[in-house]
Design a protein around this ligand. Structure first.
Ligand SMILES: *Cc1c(COP(=O)(O)O)cnc(C)c1O
Length: 395
């Protein structure tokens, strides 16, 4: 009963038995955690299995539920955010969808900041609308408008700052308003990470990360995680997580644990390079507005203890967007962010203006807006590249 591999199944009769004794995961004082790349866990007896299923003893059952490597990642993010528990998913979007589905039912209404992450916008206006859940998009700076919208709502959804426009929100004031109205507050904290913003300390109930971005940090994994009270996570576990089935793989959880060991030093570098380049772009004659939270006088800045490397800038009308990005040599075109590589995304391409996201234009994004994810390269190299491409793209 104590063998993890039965040698007879392999036709290997003459192999020493001790080779097949399961390895104690705590053995060897390994500095890197083991990967429990297993789909299921076994029991020594009927009684032992029954005890686990009845909840009398805690043990793992099946990796669509819990897995030790994934659990380590979930609890690490929970600790960093000051939350009681966490649940990981195969993508940030799966974490967001499963969290919202655990809280709403037909007839409910969600209040969301007006230009949140694109696929969450679509989730709310397409899938949730079909399920009978309404949504109100609000200007988060207009607290009267938010207060009105919160009355009778179920959820308040924040993203401080939003990821294309970088609009800030006073998350302490907004979550206090929500609490007063009996509304649960969720925030997407992917931009700041728990190192630069700890929303639970400011009254937010549930924190979600696209771990694909800074937590993983190496552009090699798509993953998500949600943290909050034991009760909030238990609700997700009971109502959506096992049935959505979007579990994180043990190997990817291990990649995230590996990436997070350098989160602090990576973010410091993203912040330093980001501020340096944002400051220089702001002074450049080819650039209009630079959308970086550091340049906004707003109470939403108070909860940020640092600045991530993702921001946006508007090219002046005499700069051709396509020619600008085509002239970049070291900086590449690509979606996502949070990895070592510096990437640009023209708003015109990513948002398919004006077909899909006319709302973004109303909120100040133009066809000249370019999102800029500063990576970990030497910032002077990036600055030279930007300068030569801006010069080459002049009409
Ligand atoms: C990328 C992203 C998501 C979605 O995460 P996925 O892992 O791609 O599903 C959610 N929110 C923000 C702000 C993001 O940038």
């Amino acid at each position: 009963m104590n063998q993890s591999i039965n040698p007879h199944d392999l036709g290997a009769h003459a192999v020493a038995d001790d080779l097949f004794t399961p390895v104690d995961p705590a053995a060897f004082n390994a500095v890197s955690p083991p990967i429990f790349q297993t789909s299921l866990f076994t029991y020594d007896s009927y009684e032992a299995m029954e005890d686990v299923f009845a909840g009398r003893t805690r043990n793992y059952i099946y990796s669509r539920g819990d897995n030790p490597t994934v659990r380590e990642f979930e609890l690490l993010v929970a600790r960093l955010e000051g939350a009681e528990d966490g649940r990981a998913f195969s993508s940030g979007t799966a974490a967001i969808t499963s969290t919202i589905l655990s809280l709403v039912e037909a007839g409910d209404r969600v209040v969301a900041v007006r230009h949140l992450y694109n696929d969450v916008y679509r989730l709310l206006v397409k899938l949730l609308a079909r399920l009978g859940v309404a949504v109100d998009f609000v200007d988060p700076a207009d607290h009267d408008e938010v207060r009105k919208a919160l009355s009778g709502a179920k959820l308040l959804y924040l993203e401080n700052p939003t990821s294309f426009v970088f609009e800030l929100q006073d998350i302490a004031a907004l979550s206090a308003m929500a609490k007063e109205a009996g509304v649960t507050t969720i925030i997407d904290n992917s931009w700041a990470t728990p190192l630069f913003q700890k929303p639970i300390q400011h009254g937010v109930d549930i924190v979600i990360h696209a771990a694909s971005k800074y937590l993983g940090g190496h552009s090699d994994t798509v993953a998500g995680v949600v943290v909050g009270s034991k009760e909030a996570i238990a609700r997700i576990n009971a109502t959506s997580y096992p049935y959505v089935g979007a579990k994180l793989s043990p190997f990817e959880a291990w990649l995230l644990l590996r990436g997070m060991r350098t989160l602090r030093v990576r973010l410091k570098e993203h912040e330093r390079s980001g501020l340096l380049l944002a400051g220089r772009l702001k002074e450049h004659s080819a650039i209009g507005r630079v959308r970086h939270p550091a340049f906004q006088e707003h109470p939403g800045r108070a909860t940020l203890t640092g600045y991530a490397g993702l921001f946006a800038f508007d090219l002046n009308p005499d700069i051709d967007v396509a020619r600008f990005v085509n002239s970049l040599r070291d900086i590449r075109l690509g979606v996502s962010w949070g990895g070592p590589e510096t990437l640009v995304v023209p708003a015109k391409v990513a948002l398919q203006i004006p077909d899909r996201m006319t709302s973004f234009i109303r909120f100040g994004v133009s066809e000249q807006t370019v999102r800029f994810a500063v990576g970990l390269e030497e910032p002077e190299l990036l600055w030279s590249d930007l300068q030569q491409a801006l010069h080459a793209a002049k009409r």
